[in-house]
Design a protein around this ligand. Structure first.
Ligand SMILES: Cc1cc2nc3c(=O)[nH]c(=O)nc-3n(C[C@H](O)[C@H](O)[C@H](O)COP(=O)(O)OP(=O)(O)OC[C@H]3O[C@@H](n4cnc5c(N)ncnc54)[C@H](O)[C@@H]3O)c2cc1C
Length: 365
C-alpha cells in the first residue's frame, strides 16, 4: 500500500486525508500549526455556486454543495452545516443584473427566485430595513454556511480513527525526491517522513511547499476581514449579501460581518477589534438591521485567501513531479469535501473525474 503524506490540515487537507484513510490508504497528515487554524478559521464559509462561472466551475461548486449534504448524512447529522439559505439585495440600479443572474442559475437548475423587499420582509427576514419595499431581492434556498473549523476537526478525527497518523505543530521545511519517493523533512529536524505520494494542501503557503519539489505554483494571497459581533437581539436567520455589508449568523447570539469593499482597504497594520474598519462594518450592519444598535465587536479575524494564478482551483497530479499532487483553491469551504473525495479517487484508483478536467495543475507548467 502506497504511503501518502498530506501537508496542511485545513478544510482541504483534512478532507483529502479523511477520504484517503476511508479508502484504506496509509496516511500521515502534517501541519505547521493546529489543524483548522489557518484560513479555514477565518472564512465567511458560504457554501454556494452562486456567482461561479464558467459552467465548469459552477458544476464543481454545485458538486461541493452536494458533497456537504452527503457528508452531513454520512456523519449522522453534520452539526457544522447550517442550511439557512441566502438572500442577495440588489444595489441601486442593479436589479436587472441580479434578475439575469437568477435566470441563468434557474436555467442551470439551481434553486433561485426573485422577490421584492416587502415579500422578503414578510417571508424571510422581518428585521431588515431595505431601501424601499420594491427593492429587488434574490433568494437562494439551498445555499448554506458551514462551521468550517468544526468540519475540518471532525474529518481529522475520523481520519485518525481510520488509522491516519497526525503530526501537528511542526512545519515542513524541505522535501527530498529520489526515484519517485519523498523524504519530507520537518523544521524540528532529525526525523523525516517517508512517502510515495505527497499532497500539497498548504493553503496560502502552497507556493512555498510547491517550491520544495522544484515546482512553481502561481498563487495570489488576498487579505480578508471577518468581524464577529454579539447580537442579543439576533434576528437574522440566513446569509445576507448587500452592496455594503454581508452578514450571517455565527452561533447563538453572534453574527459575522464581511464585505469585499473593506477587504480591499486592509493593510498589514490592521489594529484588531479596535480598528476603524471593524466599527465601520458594524455601522453598515446596523443601518441594515436596526436591532443591532447595541451590538459590539467581540472578535476580528484576519485571513489570507489562497487563489491560484488564474483564480480557479488547482487539483490533481503535477505531471513534472511524479507522486506529487496539489489541492489548492479559493472557495475551499465549498470545495474542500468534493476536492478531498475526487483527489483520493485519483491517487488511489487512478481515476480523474471529468469535473476536475479544467482545473488540473498542469495548466501552470
Ligand atoms: C475573509 C474570507 C472569506 C472567505 N469566504 C469564503 C466563503 O464564503 N466560501 C468559501 O467556500 N470559501 C471562502 N473563503 C476561502 C476559504 O476559506 C479557503 O479557500 C479555505 O479555507 C482554504 O482552506 P485550506 O485548507 O486550503 O487552507 P488553510 O485553512 O489555510 O490550511 C492550510 C494549512 O497548511 C498549513 N501549512 C502551511 N505551510 C505548511 C508547512 N510548510 N508545513 C506544514 N503545514 C503547513 C497551515 O498551518 C494551515 O493549517 C474565504 C476566505 C477568507 C479569508
Amino acid at each position: 500500500m502506497a504511503k501518502t503524506t498530506v501537508i496542511g490540515a485545513g478544510i482541504v487537507g483534512a478532507s483529502v486525508a479523511y477520504f484517503l484513510s476511508e479508502k484504506g490508504a496509509s496516511v500521515v497528515l502534517l501541519d505547521a500549526s493546529e489543524p483548522a487554524s489557518g484560513t479555514t478559521s477565518t472564512s465567511f464559509a458560504w457554501v454556494n455556486a452562486n456567482n461561479k462561472t464558467p459552467k465548469e466551475y459552477f458544476d464543481l461548486n454545485v458538486a461541493g454543495m452536494n458533497e456537504h449534504v452527503r457528508l452531513r448524512d454520512e456523519f449522522g447529522g453534520g452539526a457544522w452545516l447550517h442550511e439557512t439559505g441566502n438572500i442577495i439585495v440588489a444595489g441601486e440600479g442593479n436589479g436587472d443584473e441580479l434578475s439575469r443572474r437568477v435566470e441563468r442559475l434557474r436555467s442551470w437548475e439551481y434553486a433561485a427566485e426573485m422577490k421584492t423587499a416587502a415579500e422578503a420582509n414578510a417571508d424571510l427576514e422581518p428585521d431588515i430595513s431595505f431601501p424601499n419595499p420594491e427593492t429587488p431581492v434574490a433568494h437562494f434556498p439551498d445555499e448554506t454556511w458551514a462551521d468550517a473549523p468544526r468540519l475540518a476537526l471532525e474529518l481529522v478525527d475520523s481520519a485518525r480513527k481510520n488509522g491516519a497518523e497526525t503530526r501537528f505543530g511542526e512545519a515542513v521545511k524541505s522535501i527530498e525526491t529520489e526515484e519517485g519517493r519523498f523524504a519530507v523533512h520537518l523544521e524540528s529536524g532529525g526525523d523525516y517522513v517517508e512517502a510515495d505520494i505527497v499532497v500539497n494542501a498548504a493553503g496560502p503557503k502552497a507556493d512555498v511547499v510547491a517550491d520544495m519539489v522544484g515546482r512553481s505554483l502561481p498563487l495570489d494571497v488576498f487579505f480578508g476581514l471577518l468581524v464577529r459581533v454579539d447580537a442579543p437581539e439576533n434576528s437574522i436567520r440566513r446569509l445576507i449579501h448587500t452592496p455594503t455589508v454581508n452578514l450571517r449568523p455565527d452561533g447563538d447570539g453572534y453574527i459575522l460581518l464581511h464585505h469585499d469593499s473593506v477587504d480591499e482597504r486592509l493593510t498589514d497594520d490592521f489594529a484588531g477589534v479596535e480598528d476603524p474598519l471593524c466599527r465601520e462594518l458594524l455601522e453598515r450592519a446596523t443601518r441594515l438591521v436596526p436591532t443591532l444598535e447595541n451590538a459590539s465587536v467581540v472578535e476580528a479575524r484576519f485571513g489570507f485567501r489562497p487563489v491560484p494564478g488564474d483564480g480557479y482551483s488547482c487539483v490533481g497530479a503535477v505531471p513534472s513531479v511524479p507522486g506529487y499532487y496539489e489541492a489548492v483553491t479559493h472557495s475551499g469551504v465549498t470545495l474542500g469535501p468534493i476536492v478531498g473525495r475526487l483527489l483520493a479517487d485519483e491517487i488511489l484508483d487512478g481515476k480523474v473525474d471529468s469535473l476536475l478536467a479544467p482545473f488540473r495543475p498542469g495548466r501552470f507548467s
